[in-house]
Design a protein around this ligand. Structure first.
Ligand SMILES: C[S@@+](CC[C@H](N)C(=O)[O-])C[C@H]1O[C@@H](n2cnc3c(N)ncnc32)[C@H](O)[C@@H]1O
Length: 234
């Protein structure tokens, strides 16, 4: 089973609890810049009228898009019915859909966002071709992802190897260049804070990987380095 395994990804996001556990450990970066805020700014700067978020999770980013762009039509999709329900409960338009078959017309979007989700998509190039298809020429695609060394210290210290993904800080740019003419990137050193062994175990188990996690018994609290990249493609 891998990060892209459809069964594993689906079970992981059937409900919001595992995502909330993973998000709760992140602290502000040392320089105060925050990846999703920079991703939001990259979209808002283009003054889009039609914006699509793919893999919206609970809808937090789509809600920020809608607040920052009151005249825009913001639509969110996710393959998890529960995530769509949570996004819709914020008063946003949300639909169940797969990134590999977007239910939108060609050239219908001015901007598309995909935050921390492309590494789950089994056929990455199918999803990127779909984003390219629904974006109008010159439209903006913002994709956020993690690097291979993201919380790698904790993963290794807890008995597992780091498994590279197929859309990461390291290989995401090459993947995007297969579909887009221009790609720029902004890299972030992020910080996760684990108060105790139980918090770390809950974080690791929320990833639903086929690993029996064994975090160290001492050395808590512990801070771990994260690596995040915001790609902007046109
Ligand atoms: C790590 S969560 C990120 C959620 C949100 N973008 C965020 O940044 O908080 C990944 C999300 O992508 C969704 N997802 C995974 N594979 C997908 C696919 N093929 N098509 C659409 N959504 C997908 C999951 O259901 C989940 O809500």
């Amino acid at each position: 089973m891998s990060l892209t395994d459809p069964g594993r990804t689906s079970a992981q996001y059937d409900t919001e609890e595992r995502l909330a556990i993973r998000q709760s450990v992140w602290h502000p970066t040392i320089d105060g810049r925050e990846p999703s805020t920079e991703a939001l700014a990259a979209i808002v700067a283009t003054s889009p009228r039609h914006v699509l978020e793919v893999g919206s999770g609970t809808g937090a980013f789509a809600a920020r898009l809608a607040a920052a762009l009151p005249d825009a039509e913001v639509v969110a999709v996710d393959r998890s019915a529960r995530m769509v329900e949570l996004t819709a409960s914020r008063g946003l338009e949300a639909r169940v859909a797969d990134a590999q078959a977007l239910p939108f017309d060609d050239d219908s979007q001015d901007a598309v966002a995909a935050c921390w989700m492309l590494y789950h998509v089994p056929f990455l190039d199918t999803a990127l071709a779909e984003v390219r298809r629904v974006l109008r020429p010159g439209g903006t695609f913002v994709a956020v992802t993690n690097g291979d060394e993201h919380v790698a210290d904790l993963i290794r210290a807890s008995g597992a190897d780091v498994v590279p993904t197929h859309f990461s800080s390291e290989n995401g740019e090459a993947a995007l260049r297969r579909h887009f003419d221009e790609v720029s990137r902004d890299d972030f050193a992020t910080r996760a804070f684990f108060a105790d062994r139980e918090t770390a175990l809950a974080y690791l188990e929320s990833r639903q990987e086929p690993v029996t996690w064994s975090p160290p018994t001492d050395g808590w609290p512990r801070e771990c380095a994260g690596h995040v990249t915001v790609f902007v493609a046109r």
